[in-house]
Ligand binder design. Structure first.
Ligand SMILES: Cc1cc2nc3c(=O)[nH]c(=O)nc-3n(C[C@H](O)[C@H](O)[C@H](O)COP(=O)(O)OP(=O)(O)OC[C@H]3O[C@@H](n4cnc5c(N)ncnc54)[C@H](O)[C@@H]3O)c2cc1C
Length: 451
């Protein structure tokens, strides 16, 4: 990690005042309400100059300074007791489409912009980024340097792959811009840094003409986990992108088989069947698939941007999604499903608990040079995520399941995991290179993973 700049060694008194909202001693929690933190200072900058002053002024804004967006992350990524929590939500302008130095069409957007807003803005202009995950609340800054997954039509399936330029505030309060074409390896490393190298304030993201999507939705029951695994691969082979929700203990799987359906951003009317499915799916995700039946339409035609959804912040007694993320190479799919099934059945026999289901996404990995660390860093190939979820993040049995399953998934099955999407990680489960971290931005939680 880079050497610490202490209050005495930093010219903090020179930093101009911060104009955004500042609050002291308040408590903040994540979307699920199961992770909470009491920073010394919470601040919502309204200009890049504000972010620079925050980074510079060590007395007013104690170390560590941790950037957040919508605080959806399920892990302790947002926890920064006694430090400075910088929420970028008010820096959320979409600055326009431009052509970059390599002749690519890119959208310039501020870090606090939510993915739903970005997707709808692009849709109106008949453009898109291929990454159109279910989650519309996540902010661009977080997903540009953090982990994501989605079964994309003709795209890698993770947001940061599309980011070609970043503007950030470094630990000395300097505003810096880096890009794939000007900075190569340094830029790709930065995109694996979870905000530990700097606070992202602006990004350029590659766009393309909008495409429509057709979906066939179905449900199937199996006799064995091996049959289920083989069917997953078969279904994936039949379409252009597959999202599956596997009810593993019941050997049932829900499939959304997606097909590229030509250019355009407006599907022909009537849209009622599509809208009924979207609303049911949105509610199912909000509630962790607990007690929500989803229809199984065939041949619906839609813009994927419409299916990027917004989710209300749930109360503590409401059913709400909580999940664990695990990445595996596709060659391991049958083994992962069979061993996870055995584990789940044994856990259920012992405790009566089984996860509500397992979300399964497929992601295309880029060359290693473009994703040097963390998820998707094994070089070209296909990964799948097999992510158990539950409708109560505070349920002790779910937490126990997750802790124990971590050992099977990581130690025995060799899963890659995420510090913002996999809970209850232990030291050694992930390694973030020390050179990607600045002490000014490194919380205790992230510090545990530095090697
Ligand atoms: C209901 C629900 C559904 C979800 N569905 C999906 C899904 O379909 N696909 C998927 O991939 N994920 C999904 N997620 C996970 C979510 O998208 C990620 O955790 C995402 O990173 C959250 O974005 P955020 O703005 O809330 O980040 P926060 O939780 O606010 O921040 C997380 C971390 O991002 C970094 N960070 C944030 N802002 C900045 C910045 N400006 N500069 C530098 N670093 C920064 C920091 O390390 C921070 O700790 C879902 C989560 C929920 C609760």
């Amino acid at each position: 990690m880079a050497p610490a700049c202490t209050p005495d060694s930093c010219p903090d008194s020179d930093a101009p005042p911060v104009h955004g909202l500042i609050a002291e001693g308040r408590r903040y929690s994540n979307w699920g309400g199961h992770r909470a933190t009491t920073p010394a200072v919470y601040v919502e900058p309204i200009s890049y100059a504000d972010v620079q002053s925050i980074a510079r002024n060590h007395r007013r804004f104690p170390t560590p300074v941790n950037p957040v967006g919508s605080m959806l992350s399920v892990t302790d990524a947002i926890v920064n007791d006694g430090g400075t929590l910088v929420c970028l939500r008010k820096l959320d302008s979409i600055l326009g489409i431009e052509t970059d130095a390599l002749g690519r069409d890119v959208i310039r957007v501020q870090a606090g912009c939510r993915l739903k807003k970005l997707n709808m803005w692009l849709k109106e202009r008949e453009r898109e980024i291929p990454f159109q995950a279910e989650i519309g609340e996540a902010t661009v800054g977080s997903v540009a340097v953090g982990d994501t997954k989605e079964s994309s039509l003709d795209g890698p399936g993770f947001f940061s792959a599309h980011v070609v330029e970043l503007t950030y505030v470094d630990d000395m309060g300097e505003l810096r811009t880096i890009s794939d074409h000007a900075d190569g390896a340094d830029f790709y490393e930065f995109k694996c840094s979870f905000g530990l190298m700097g606070i992202v304030v602006e990004c350029c993201v590659e766009t393309r003409p909008a495409r429509l999507c057709r979906s066939d939705v179905s449900l199937e029951t199996y006799e064995t986990p091996q049959q289920l695994a083989r069917s997953l691969l078969e279904r994936r082979g039949q379409c252009d992108a597959l999202l599956a929700i596997v009810f593993l203990d019941k050997l049932v799987s829900f499939y959304d088989q997606r097909y590229a359906a030509g250019s355009g951003s407006l599907a022909p009317f009537p849209q009622s069947e599509c809208e009924e499915f979207r609303i049911a799916k949105r509610l199912a995700i909000q509630r962790g698939f607990d007690g929500v039946a989803t229809p199984q339409p065939k041949g619906i035609l839609y813009s994927r941007a419409d299916f990027v959804n917004e989710y209300w912040r749930p109360c503590k007694d409401e059913k709400r999604l909580d999940f664990q993320y695990y990445e595996h190479d596709i060659s391991k799919l049958e083994r992962v499903i069979a061993e996870s099934y055995d584990f789940t059945k044994a856990f259920a026999a012992e405790t009566g608990f089984a996860p509500g289901g397992w979300a399964t996404y497929f992601v295309n990995r880029p060359p290693r040079a473009q994703k040097p660390f963390g998820l998707y860093s094994d070089g070209p190939g296909v990964s799948f995520s097999f992510d158990p979820f539950c409708s109560d993040p505070c349920a002790p049995q779910w937490q126990d399941f997750s802790r124990r399953y971590n050992r099977l998934a990581i130690d025995a099955l060799g899963a890659r995991v995420s510090p913002i999407q996999t809970q209850w990680l232990e030291k050694g489960d992930i390694a973030i290179p020390k050179r990607l971290a600045r002490s000014r931005f490194t919380t205790r939680y992230f510090g545990e993973f530095l090697e």
